[in-house]
Design a protein around this ligand. Structure first.
Ligand code: IPM
Ligand code: MG
Length: 379
């Protein structure tokens, strides 16, 4: 056995999280044998599971486990309809997920969106609109911008009225968009470096016609781009970018976005690739030599409507595990083996409900566990 122990914190979370995490761990165990690795996978509660177990969305023991690990494999958190008495600052989205991103300085979110040829028919675009195919890497800034800017608050406003009228009372919500030059520089470098290994094109998304943040973003990305003369850089306003994704998605290679814009456009791009259930993501901090600490999670959510029914597509979680092997452990052969196994199973016609259509002759409708087992077997 390989002496090099790789420590993985597995935080399944809520909704479909535990179901898809089980399949990803099963696949990792097969990879471990096949490539003679030593994976130490420790599970811990997060999200509502953390609130239930320890009264906090990110229990102290879970955070300590993450700190002692080489990577975090994350499921999903947040059930919008659960317990409205829990205040927003303590709810899983902010108290667990955003907190982990900030705590570990995971500023670079990579979301590879690829429509497999075998799933071209589940793409909502007509075939002629799909052009040469959809293969986009969304690079989303993850620790700045509108998500983290201060002040962030809701306050009551009391406005005096003329004459005998009572003052008018209402609420004002404030979110602040703040991005600094170093924050834009580092994420721009991530995008340009990624483009070097792809089709050599970066499309940078902003709202420079309205927002100060957009003007600075465009200037800094342009400056960084000069260091990469072999990469074609294009700027696009976010509204146009949203439209272009629907009209001509094959023009995009790397799509570089501010936090909020990247959140929105990555869901849109995922829909083009067939299903949110297929989209993995890597959230990375600064590289340490060849390895980078990261949090790896499906880009889709907890899907409460199908949770607990063995219906969810585990592929996004399984591909997130592959991204972990690649980025945090430098195990490219093992990561590629997972990608190939997923491709094989898709080609063979295995379909969870999100990617199933009765019109497809060789399609075989399967459950979460059947899909996971098929991928493990293909490995
Ligand atoms: C995502 C999610 C999160 C985000 C939510 C759950 C806080 O939508 O990772 O895209 O907005 O970043
Ligand atoms: Mg999102």
């Amino acid at each position: 056995m390989n002496v090099n122990v790789l420590k993985i914190a597995a935080l399944a979370g809520d909704g479909i999280g535990p179901e898809v995490m089980r399949e990803a761990i099963q696949v990792l165990r097969v990879v471990e044998k096949k490539f003679n690795l030593n994976l130490q996978i420790t599970e811990a509660p997060v999200g509502w599971a953390g609130l239930d177990a320890a009264g906090e969305a990110l229990p102290k023991a879970t955070l300590a486990l993450c700190k002692a690990s080489d990577a975090i494999l994350f499921g999903s958190v947040g059930l919008p309809d659960r317990d409205p008495t829990v205040p927003k600052e303590k709810r899983p989205e902010r108290a667990a997920l955003l907190r982990l991103r900030k705590e570990f300085n995971l500023y670079a979110n990579l979301r590879p969106v690829k429509l497999p040829a075998a799933l071209a028919h589940v793409c909502p675009l007509r075939p002629e609109r799909q052009g040469k195919g959809i293969d986009i890497l969304v690079v989303r800034e993850l620790t700045a911008g509108l998500y983290f800017g201060k002040p962030k608050k809701t306050e009551e406003v009391i406005e005096a009225q003329a004459g005998p009228h009572q003052p008018r009372r209402f609420h004002r919500a404030v979110d602040t968009m703040v991005t600094t030059t170093p924050e834009i520089e580092r994420i721009a470098h991530v995008a340009f470096r990624a483009a070097q290994t792809r089709r050599h094109k970066v499309t940078s998304i902003d709202k420079a016609n309205v927002l100060e943040n957009g003007v600075l973003w465009r200037d800094v990305v342009t400056q960084v781009g000069k260091k990469y003369p072999e990469i074609a850089l294009q700027h696009m306003f976010v509204d146009n970018g949203a439209m272009q994704l629907l009209l001509r998605p094959d023009q995009f290679d790397v799509l570089l976005c501010e936090n909020t814009f990247g959140d929105i456009l990555s869901d849109e791009a995922a829909a083009l690739a067939g299903s949110l259930g297929m989209l993995p993501s890597a959230s990375l901090g600064e590289a340490q030599g060849m390895k980078t600490f990261g949090l790896f999670e499906p880009a889709g959510g907890t899907a409460p409507d199908i949770a607990g029914k063995n219906l969810a597509n585990p592929i996004a979680q399984i591909l997130s595990a592959a991204l972990m092997l690649h980025y945090s452990f430098g195990l490219d052969d093992a990561a590629n083996a997972i990608h190939q196994a997923v491709a094989k199973v898709i080609d063979a016609g295995y379909r969870t409900g999100d990617i199933y259509t009765a019109a497809e002759p060789k399609a075989r409708k399967v459950s979460t566990t059947e899909m996971g087992a098929a991928i493990a077997a293909a490995l």
